[in-house]
Design a protein around this ligand. Sequence first.
Ligand code: FES
Length: 166
Amino acid sequence: MSIADQDQVLDNPLSGISTLLDNVLPELSQLLPSLHKIQHELGYVPREAIPIIASKLHTTPAAIYGAITFYSEIRLEPPPETEIAWCSGPACRLKGSENIKRALEAVLDVRMGQKTPDSRLGLRLVQCDGTCEQAPLVRLNGRTMGNLNVSEAIKLGRDLLAGQQA
Ligand code: FES
């Protein structure tokens, strides 16, 4: 993508989406690559982009929406400044991740998948990335914090609320 194209995407995300998809083949096999491309550029896939993607790929908006909601890594909202990604995988669950989730939800006063009202912090469910030896874990803007216990999760949430980098 050229610098001019990048500027267009950032200045006017919706018109830029068509530009982003310029080189994408108009077929359903390009659905996930298209969603990843848009999310890579914008940080999320705006709802308003769904009909544009559907038209480009010769499918329905419902098919696009279904794919977005199926793949947990694709988001429909801008990400929070700091995202706490909670692993929902089996090894983490066996080691008590559900209690960590509850603790973080309680401290931050948000449910999984939500952001604080100021969009500073958010909780997001993610799948196992293969680092199960550190279970149970969360990832803070991609940085793994492993072998967590409930007390540490509460401290993490409080520190983040207080604006302290964990
Ligand atoms: S199950 Fe959580 S990292 Fe594998």
